[in-house]
Design a protein around this ligand. Structure first.
Ligand SMILES: [Zn+2]
Length: 96
């Protein structure tokens, strides 16, 4: 029974750690440095290179100030084309 509590405690600690990390290092728009940037989608995929598969994550952001659409991949920012944006950020999700 105590193992469940340990697990729960670890999960809460992880959650609080993530919140603290986000507070200390807020995401900023790569174009205008605004903090008014909203995560729109996270797309997981599996990246295969020389027969080794590793998880891959692309996160898509929309800036509320300059309306820039950006993608973060392994800490690197890049612009997003219309096609990729529409594919990643499903139509029907609130855009404001
Ligand atoms: Zn911006």
């Amino acid at each position: 029974m105590t193992y469940v509590l340990y697990g729960l405690g670890a999960l809460i600690a992880l959650y609080v750690g993530c919140l603290l990390f986000k507070m200390l290092f807020p995401t900023k728009c790569p174009k205008c440095q605004s903090k008014n940037i909203v995560e729109k989608a996270s797309v997981r995929s599996t990246f295969v290179q020389s027969e080794r598969a590793s998880p891959d994550l692309n996160t898509y952001f929309l800036c509320g100030d300059c309306n820039a659409r950006s993608k973060r991949h392994k800490g690197q920012w890049s612009d997003v084309e219309d096609l990729e944006w529409n594919r990643a950020v499903k139509p029907g999700t609130p855009s404001t």
